[in-house]
Write a protein of this length. Structure first.
Length: 393
């Protein structure tokens, strides 16, 4: 064999069955092969286990899928290239022309846009409500055959807590499926509820380090397998190395989440004492309108805090710019602390009623709390509040 051929067909290294690697290898291969056509055909017909093409399945992805499904308390998981791909492609896979979707003004803006603009373009109708309006949900379900109820809990960024039990019960009674974006709560929360499909942005808490994009669809086996063929066609597959990084991040998931929740609680308690702050929202505070519901539904309360500054939009802008440990950036759930001022949070195209539902004002600030020392973060907030020009009046 000439060297020019040899470098394309290097020697195979086989690890003995009793000599496994402690950390699973990254299967950074697009293609897999079998020894003969017959076995390859059996694989393509689903008659044997194995892998063929990484856009559909890959051993590194499979390990992460099994891990996430177990953590969420479901049978199966399907990975995507981003959180947006997870929720949007799931809706495309589940909805047909002429069907109807219920969603909520408090939700993540790209999800609202997907439902109202893209699904609408293909003949899927929709109704947007407030997540607080349980009676409205029941009224729409009773009057309009509905395929999907799509919601978040807690909502981003207003941190409203959905009554998951009531919403899923109503949907089940009227023949609708429920899709819960569970990103803000984390993969260890809400598994006890009768939710049909969970979606997560793995970019956030699960990877935890702000260096990889990914999404997950988690449900029972029948739902995931029905979606898998469509997902392979859509092509938004997670790269094996990204899956490896996310799996690695999961090793510290519970440690990070616990520290972030502790920090967020300390910051929320401190912000509650600051006269410049109003409309403080953190589900772990007894002052939160749905604190008792959050305690019933969640093991913990996350790392996101939302509040208004009495000085208005300009004060909120100055506050964000004066922070030194909080970076002005999108996303949440990573090790570093982040801030978004109202200029980057304001919904677009909302009616006055929808703006009220959203609970986002011209002075709303969202903090995503990291794993830094809580006293350092509190000191940074205090100096930024002083620099903002906000007053107690």
């Amino acid at each position: 064999m000439k060297h020019s051929t040899f470098v394309t067909h290097p020697p195979q290294v086989t690890v003995p069955s009793d000599n496994r690697s402690l950390v699973a290898p990254v299967y950074q291969s697009v293609k897999f092969t079998l020894d003969n056509v017959e076995e390859t055909q059996r694989l393509s017909h689903g008659e044997r286990e194995g892998f063929w093409y990484s856009r559909k399945s890959n051993p590194t992805l499979r390990q992460l899928e099994l891990t996430l499904a177990e953590l969420q308390g479901r049978e199966a998981c399907l990975l995507t290239a981003s959180g947006a791909a997870a929720v949007n492609l799931t809706m495309l896979g589940l909805c047909e022309q002429g069907e109807h979707v219920i969603f909520f003004s408090e939700m993540y803006q790209p999800t609202r846009t997907m439902i109202s603009r893209v699904l609408g373009r293909y003949g899927v109708g929709h109704t947007m409500l407030s997540i607080d309006d349980i009676d409205g949900i029941e009224h729409v379900l009773a009057g309009t055959p509905t395929r999907l109820v799509v919601f978040e809990s807690p909502t981003n960024p207003a941190l409203k807590v959905a009554d998951i039990s009531r919403i899923t019960s109503l949907a089940r009674r009227h023949g609708a499926l429920t899709l819960l974006d569970n990103t803000l709560a984390g993969v260890h929360n809400h598994g006890q509820f009768d939710v049909d499909v969970y979606v997560h942005s793995l970019t956030k808490y699960i990877s935890g380090h702000g260096d990889v994009l990914g999404g997950a669809v988690i449900a029972d086996e029948a739902v995931v397998e029905a979606l898998r063929a469509d997902m392979a066609i859509f092509g938004a597959s997670l790269d094996p190395h990204a899956a490896f990084l996310i799996q690695r991040g999961l090793k510290t998931y519970f440690l990070r989440y616990e520290r972030q929740c502790q920090n967020a609680t300390a910051l929320a308690d401190h912000l509650a004492s600051r006269p410049e702050v109003s409309a403080l929202r953190y589900p772990g505070l007894k002052s939160h309108a749905q604190h008792e519901l959050a305690c019933e539904q969640q093991h913990d309360f996350g790392s996101v805090i939302t509040f208004d500054l009495r000085g208005g939009s300009e004060a909120a802008k100055k506050f964000a710019e004066a922070l030194t440990l909080f970076s002005i950036s999108a996303s949440l759930g990573s090790t570093e602390s982040l801030v978004l001022p109202p200029q980057l949070l304001q919904p677009r195209g909302f009616t006055e009623q929808q703006m009220t539902w959203s609970a986002i004002t011209e002075s709303t600030v969202r903090l995503s709390v990291g794993i830094e020392d809580s006293q350092d973060l509190i000191s940074d907030i205090d100096q930024a509040l002083s620099a903002s020009g906000s007053s107690a009046s």
